[in-house]
Design a protein around this ligand. Structure first.
Ligand SMILES: [Zn+2]
Ligand SMILES: [Zn+2]
Ligand SMILES: [Zn+2]
Length: 496
């Protein structure tokens, strides 16, 4: 049955004002501010009729130049990635220590593997011998059971990792064991959430405070949380983790807007206390909400259940029921979120129509958040050591590398919304691309010029693999809602 959200009907006028696209002048002004806050940004956003917005070079760039460093407005680490990588919940750089990263990963890997089928015993015993010799641990101490030294394999019975005994993993995690030269990948120490939850960790007090003030104080499940009910919040988070973690990103948007609204309101009340009647205050509430919503208003949006592309395994004739299911799923998630953080002043934000548009905006503009793993860099470093040093180091490191298996190099992965990068139009022959340099260790989007770009030229990126054949490219781009007419496509269309 079609879900009915009462707020959609109660607040219909306010909802349409929130969803009303801002005027080109407002858009221009918003992006000028965004660009002014980026250091040395040689770009401008222009609005034009046909494609909406575009980003243009305000100066010449040479091939390889940094075109843009774009901090995210909203971002999440994928739920499934949280066991692989411990990152700052605000800037997404890796935190703790190399040992903690490896120890955590092995700990979760062991948990996950314990139910999987096992392979025969392999060489793991000898590697373990090396390992315990190195740390002068007696076998009595480590209490190695047969179970623990068995090689573990995936369900197709192909061995891809070897497990280490729990004691080594504990030692790694609690700092009792140092790996050789691990200081070549220094990581900031872990700062806990000020609200006391066990879900958010940070690289610094600065990130902890910024995250708390902008999003997390309402989304924290700890004792210090500002949510109405941390129990409801936990249910919301669990539902998102089990269904689609895009709901966590949408919750961040709503929480961000509420917190921004409260700050604007506070400032307004302070300023106007002497002159304003309570009625005037009520009337201004919605204009403050509109102001708080501004960063969202400029993003191109459609309802999630209308714009989501049909999965391959869904038959065309089941399309309507698929879209209805998506809508129902969103409604379930929204109801849980409402029970957790509802705010009467910001009621329109809890309309299903708004929730659908927020998620739809991510569906259409979402960009991958990727941060390279220091664990990979560490093992590369060891591999490149001169022969004798390498041999010595590997005696210690190899068992860990074996235990980590193929996933040793897994990056931090998530979804984020970058305000400027999301304005960049697609070309199958782009002049810029997202590229993390060695010094880029957090979640910001980094764009590099692929060739020289003249002042006034539009900056373009490719949304897809631009080397695919023409028809395949058009098929993929149809998911973004357009047919590409870049020079390369026009050329190939003519010649076919
Ligand atoms: Zn941080
Ligand atoms: Zn917290
Ligand atoms: Zn094209």
């Amino acid at each position: 049955m079609e879900p009915i959200c009462p707020i959609d009907a109660n607040c219909s006028d306010q909802i349409s004002l929130l969803l009303n696209p801002p005027s080109p002048v407002q858009v221009q002004k918003y992006y000028e501010e965004v660009i002014a806050n980026r250091q040395s940004c040689g770009l401008e956003v222009r609005t034009n009729g046909e494609y909406g917005k575009g980003v243009y070079a305000n100066m010449d760039f040479k091939k390889g130049d940094l075109v843009l460093k774009d901090p995210m407005l909203f971002g999440i680490q994928h739920s499934s990635n949280k066991m692989d990588c411990l990152v700052c919940s605000h800037c997404f750089q890796f935190i703790g220590s190399l040992e903690l990263q490896i120890g955590r990963k092995l700990y979760f890997q062991n948990l996950a593997d314990s139910s999987k089928s096992r392979c025969e015993k392999g060489e793991s015993s000898s590697s373990l011998q090396d390992c315990s010799d190195q740390y002068h641990l007696s076998h009595d101490d480590s209490d190695v059971e047969d179970d623990d030294v068995e090689q573990r394999g995936s369900s197709n019975s192909k061995c891809d990792s070897i497990s280490l005994p729990k004691d080594f993993i504990d030692l790694l995690m609690n700092g009792g064991l140092k790996l050789p030269d691990s200081n070549v990948v220094p990581l900031p120490s872990v700062v806990s959430c000020p609200g006391g939850c066990k879900e958010a960790y940070y690289c610094s007090q600065l990130c902890a405070k910024a995250d708390w003030d902008s999003y997390h104080s309402l989304l924290c499940t700890g004792k210090g949380s500002k949510a109405l009910s941390t129990e409801a919040l936990s249910q919301f988070i669990q539902h998102a983790n089990e269904t689609n973690d895009i709901f966590l990103l949408a919750a961040k948007v709503i929480s961000f807007t509420i917190l921004r609204y409260r700050k604007l309101k506070e400032a307004y009340v302070e300023e106007n206390e002497k002159y304003d009647t309570p009625n005037n205050l009520r009337r201004c509430n919605f204009s403050l909400l509109l102001e708080a919503w501004e960063p969202m208003s400029v993003g191109y949006k459609r309802r999630w259940w209308d714009c989501i592309s049909l999965p391959d395994d869904v038959d065309c004739c089941d399309e309507a029921s698929f879209r209805l299911q998506i809508k129902e799923l969103a409604f379930t998630s929204l109801e849980l979120l409402k029970a957790a953080i509802f705010d009467k002043d910001c009621e329109p934000l809890f309309a299903l129509d708004i929730y659908g548009h927020i998620i739809g905006m991510f569906e259409l503009n979402n960009l991958n958040l990727v941060v390279e793993s220091p664990v990979e860099n560490y093992f590369l470093y060891i591999d490149e050591l001169p022969h004798s040093e390498k041999e010595k180091a590997e005696k210690v490191t190899q068992p860990f590398l074996d235990a980590l298996g193929d996933g040793y190099s897994n990056c931090c992965e998530g979804t984020a919304f970058f305000p400027l990068q999301s304005c960049m139009n697609h070309s199958c022959n782009p002049n810029a691309k997202a590229f993390k340099r060695e010094q880029d260790k957090d979640g910001q989007a980094i764009l590099i010029a692929l060739r020289s770009v003249r002042q006034g030229e539009e900056i373009t990126i490719s949304y897809i693999d631009e080397d695919l054949p023409f028809e395949e490219r058009q098929l993929l781009l149809a998911d973004y809602g357009f047919r590409c007419r870049c020079p390369k496509c026009l050329d190939q269309e003519l010649s076919s």
